[in-house]
Design a protein around this ligand. Structure first.
Ligand code: ACO
Length: 325
């Protein structure tokens, strides 16, 4: 069976940097509280650009870096919980902007695990034989669905996009995955509720608080540490590997304390976990591909390296994908 390899990575994010001290001017918080509880020092926040701006820029860089033309792209999958529209999809907006006229394009929703679900989906499309390559992107403008008066959530998130160009190969590539959902727990973390009201029924317009991010932080913490550890262990066992065989672990960049627990329970030195939430905050589906791209841009990845990508998030979802670089 064909395998699927990551050929190029890219990311794009807003220019505007918002520090913890900036947030302390609008809500009752402090750099000390945010840094100690989350590991986040600053985040990139849109100045009005919508998610498609970052997603299209990421896709444009992927074409350049992979040295493929727009017409050669077979498939584009974008993961987002903050798309510009209900329809068109972000993937179709990429198609229009870049002229990837032969690609099949669609979006998926799997919250902070979205990039991994998209990667897994593209992997199956390519392995099924009809598609040779894909662009896979996670992109968010979480700042538009954050309640900027709620200190328990507004300090956590950032905006941006990251992605990968993948294509069929004969060796290495995406080796194994473990993905899953626990939909019965979805109320732990919600956002973007669109109320069912219309002029016909003359329902008065109101601002529904369920539009904004709601999170039971402690439950997310418990879910994340339990599921990510189980999921990484399962992938290691199925692949006959030990944790020390993995060059880099790239976890979802939600919270440094979650990563500390995972590293400790897996008995892996903390420095083998790639972390950039200090500078980006939690960018949901974009967090893992932005971190992967940073490692790649620094020239730290060598062909043959085994890299464990592991996400968790709303819905509630988790996803671990082991790749050979
Ligand atoms: N600044 C100052 N104080 C704050 C802030 C803030 N930004 N936010 C909350 N507090 C206060 C609370 O009001 C509370 O005060 P009280 O004791 O007087 O009531 C106190 O701090 C403790 O609040 P908790 O919510 O219990 O704080 P906790 O230690 O659980 O930390 C956090 C909150 C960081 C969200 C934690 O629960 C966590 O790490 N959860 C994991 C979830 C996560 O990382 N989510 C990210 C997004 S979800 C995702 O990506 C899937």
């Amino acid at each position: 069976m064909k395998k699927v390899k990551v050929i190029a990575t890219a990311a794009a994010y807003p220019e505007q940097v918002v520090t913890n001290d900036d947030l302390a001017k609008i809500v009752d918080t402090s750099d000390e509280w945010i840094s100690q509880r989350t590991g986040i020092k600053e985040r990139r926040i849109s100045s009005g650009e919508n998610t498609s701006v970052f997603v299209i820029e990421t896709a444009r860089k992927l074409l350049e870096r992979a040295e493929v033309s727009a017409e050669e792209i077979d498939l584009i999958i974008v993961a987002s919980v903050t798309p510009d529209y209900g329809t068109p999809s972000l993937a179709c907006m990429v198609q229009k902007a870049l002229g990837t006229k032969n690609a099949v394009c669609f979006d998926i929703v799997a919250a902070c695990s979205g990039f991994m679900f998209a990667l897994s989906t593209a992997d199956k499309f390519i392995k099924a034989g009809k598609y040779r390559n894909a662009i896979v992107i996670g992109g968010e403008t979480l700042s538009k669905i954050v309640d900027w008066s709620d200190r328990s959530t507004c300090v956590l998130f950032g905006d941006g996009a990251g992605g990968a160009y993948i294509e069929e190969t004969d060796e290495g590539g995406l080796l194994r995955e473990n993905i899953g959902t626990e939909g019965e727990c979805y109320e732990i973390l919600t956002e973007g509720y669109t109320r069912c009201a219309n002029a016909f029924n003359d329902i008065e317009s109101y601002q529904d608080p369920r539009w904004y991010v709601f999170m039971n932080g402690r439950e997310v913490f418990k879910f994340a540490t339990k599921k990510v550890i189980q999921s990484i262990r399962q992938v290691l066992d199925e692949e006959g590997l030990q944790a020390e065989d993995i060059r880099y672990f790239i976890p979802h960049q939600a919270n440094a304390r979650i990563v500390e627990v995972i590293a400790k329970k897996l008995n892996v030195p903390f420095d083998r976990f790639e972390m950039n939430m200090e500078r980006f905050g939690n960018t949901s589906s974009a967090s893992i591909p932005i971190a992967l791209n940073e490692l790649n841009e620094k020239g730290l990845l060598e062909r043959g390296d085994k890299i464990m990508l592991s996400g968790f998030g709303g819905d509630m979802t988790w996803a671990t994908v082991l790749i050979e670089w």
